[in-house]
Design a protein around this ligand. Structure first.
Ligand code: SF4
Ligand code: SF4
Ligand code: SF4
Length: 192
């Protein structure tokens, strides 16, 4: 099996946040905690303003800094190569929160541990898709073998954007079909 990860068609995403809500529901998260987040960006000036969205969860990086820096082994690679978290081994030290360049691990104060997207491994083990993938109204999200996703959706996909860290840091398992606006360096800090 090759490297597994998400494909995201940013050109079709309408920013409805259904994926975000489906994930929150699936993981029974408290108010204020999200394992998938739809970011919004804006740019340009009248008469040519624009906006774009970026739906992102854990990128299940091949060289994950959260795994490397975890002192207990709670953050680890699963058998399929995805980045998994063992809540019983977690001591809530937050090193993974600081080490992840994508700000993915979320500290869950009430439990004094972290949590994050597990790629809906239980659903996948049952032959189903992750909850966010099936919830997307525009069918923008897929999860699977990255080589197969590349073969299906083309070679003009990217793994980083001006608003994201360099992919060379962690080798993220994330393929984006980018909107042209999202490749514009000028507006990278104007998140709304
Ligand atoms: S908070 Fe838990 S998962 Fe994160 S680095 Fe510490 S022990 Fe590991
Ligand atoms: S794969 Fe599951 S846990 Fe991960 S973002 Fe999607 S719904 Fe959330
Ligand atoms: S559900 Fe689909 S269209 Fe809606 S914000 Fe998420 S990725 Fe975009």
């Amino acid at each position: 099996m090759g490297q597994l990860g998400f494909y995201y068609d940013q050109t079709a995403c309408v920013g409805c946040k259904t994926c975000q809500i489906a994930c929150k529901d699936r993981n029974n998260l408290e108010v204020g905690t999200l394992f998938r987040r739809v970011h919004e960006f804006e740019g340009g000036k009248f008469p040519k303003p624009y906006a774009y969205y970026l739906s992102m969860s854990c990128n299940h990086c091949k060289e994950a800094k959260c795994v490397k820096g975890c002192p207990t082994g709670a953050m680890h690679f699963g058998e399929d190569g995805t980045v998994q978290h063992d809540k019983d081994m977690c001591i809530g030290c937050k090193y993974c929160v600081w080490n992840c360049p994508y700000s993915v691990p979320q500290y869950l104060e009430a439990k004094n541990i972290v949590g994050k997207c597990d790629s809906c491994k239980d659903l996948r083990a049952d032959g189903q898709n992750p909850a966010c993938v099936d919830a997307c109204v525009m069918r923008c999200l897929k999860f699977g073998d990255l080589d197969e996703l590349k073969a299906e959706y083309g070679n003009d996909l990217v793994r980083e954007l001006p608003v994201l860290p360099s992919a060379s840091q962690t080798n993220p398992s994330f393929l984006i079909k980018p909107k042209n606006e999202a490749l514009n360096q000028t507006y990278k800090k104007r998140e709304v």
